[in-house]
Design a protein around this ligand. Sequence first.
Ligand code: PBG
Ligand code: ZN
Length: 332
Amino acid sequence: MSSLKYPATQRRLRASSQIRELTASVHLSHKSFIQPLFVNEKNKVRTPLTGLEGIYAETIDSVLRSIKQDIEHGVTKFLLFPVPENKVNVDFDFSFASRVVSAIKSEFGEAIWLASDLCVCSYTTHGHCGILNSDHTRLLNDPSVEVLVNYAEQLALAGVDCIAPSDMMDGRIGAIRARLNEINLDLVSIMSYSAKFSSQWYGPFRDACNSAPNSHTIKDRKTYQMSPFNVEDAISSSLRDELEGADILMVKPAGLYTDVIASLKQYSSKPLAAYHVSGEYAAIESMVQQGYMNREAAHLEVWTALVRSGANMIISYASRNAKEWIEKKLYY
Ligand code: PBG
Ligand code: ZN
């Protein structure tokens, strides 16, 4: 008679990579990944971005080459951040952004899905995501929305597939949806940064886009981005954006807010995007450089957490590696 010392053992299911693969209930696919792209008007050649290993401030020519390479690596979805050379607070000129979108879409057409971030923080002298009053003490919601709607129209006319408003004003989703419909571009979709928290984790991005708030009067984005202490705001704002016509909702940052992804999944049937932001990416890269982590396994572990919590798609600075890393099955 064999004695079952540990009848309830679970370790049999962990015993080999075969059984770990067989019992996996989370599956990653490179098809759910979106690669961010920065194109900076002032750059004559593409330049590496500090903190963001493998990511460049591209020129129009270089971004076309990068996308071609990315397609070869199985990446076909992109989130564009156009960075203009000149800063103004009125009479915004969105022509550089339009030129980038139109160059990309005329080169690659239906072979890619191109979303563009929609915000003015890299356009304004003060680095805020909207229009300020004359003494720079308040952010003006409706005048900001008006500018964003015009920007969205320019991007849509240039051929973008999706508008991704990251400004956090009230009413912008409805206003953008209405304008797109008015100009018969009703198939251009909207991915709303619907649960975007005021966060310490956007640092490398703000360097890359030259978009850090630098006003002496309003020093942070707390009056328009969400408080990490108020999860209900993330849910109501996301549901509000859904009602206003958002096609995709987003949680950002992703890794620290998987609870928000999981709740939102319960409340909404819209597809959810999880944005693993610049600081989260840079934190991994710096741990890797110090020898504390395996780069591939670290990113795969984060992505798994995002899918487990309910994300349908992932915006990651390492998206261009997703196919290769997932195929290696390193994580089983
Ligand atoms: C602009 C914008 C930001 C990010 C995306 N769009 C920065 C911010 O709100 O300050 C952050 C992305 C990242 O850190 O990777 N509104
Ligand atoms: Zn902004």
